[in-house]
Ligand binder design. Structure first.
Ligand code: PAN
Ligand code: ZN
Length: 188
């Protein structure tokens, strides 16, 4: 019997996934403009600007109980006004499902929020490990000048609930003041 080579590769430095059962998606400003605080500034920017990209490895169908998905998120550096580029953020549809994130390169912030709207954050940097428990919404923010690259692993039946975040957002925004990343109350 021969030792088989894996049909998928994972670049440890960049998180890039290639080979079988992998896919790539890009989120442009036109897809996510609504998440930013300053809508006038967002509307004046190029809607084709890529805010973030996700590589995924999905070996089973979405919704399969007991399986796992694996991904790499790459949030580009940039701001809408003073607010750093970030992901849409979501709760998992199956609220009890958890997720691991880990920092690969770049610097940023992981915004977390429970179902009562209580929010907190963790610094993301190369080698940082983040356990996101069930019932916790999560969003990545790039506060640096290079790509923020973050690995992720989550259950294949977790699903994504974006609607709750679209309706009420996070109570915290990560903005640049005097060249530094700070947390501010979301006044929207
Ligand atoms: C991640 C996210 C990824 C993109 O793989 O899906 O960072 O963020 P949004 O899904 O909020 O646009 C994850 O948390 N999966 O469950
Ligand atoms: Zn998730």
């Amino acid at each position: 019997m021969e030792i088989k080579k894996s049909l998928t590769t994972y670049d440890l430095k960049t998180g890039t996934l290639s080979g079988e059962e992998t896919s790539h998606a890009a989120k442009r400003l036109s897809d996510v403009a609504g998440i930013f605080g300053d809508q006038a500034v967002a509307a004046a920017m190029d809607p084709n600007t890529i805010v973030y990209e996700v590589d995924s490895h999905m070996a089973v169908q979405e919704g399969t109980p007991g399986g796992l998905f694996f991904g790499t998120s790459r949030i580009h550096p940039g701001k809408v006004g003073n607010e750093y580029f970030m992901t849409k953020g979501h709760f998992h549809s199956r609220r009890e499902t958890a997720e691991y994130y880990w920092g690969i390169s770049g610097t940023g912030v992981l915004l977390l929020m429970d179902e009562t709207g209580n929010a907190w954050s963790e610094q993301v940097e190369p080698g940082s490990l983040h356990y996101i428990g069930g019932h916790i919404a999560h969003r990545l923010v790039n506060t640096g000048e290079e790509d923020l690259i973050v690995g992720a692993c989550w259950p294949s039946d977790a699903g994504h609930d974006y609607g709750s975040i679209e309706r009420s957002g996070f109570p915290i925004r990560v903005v640049c003041r005097d060249g530094k990343a700070v947390l501010e109350e979301n006044k929207a």
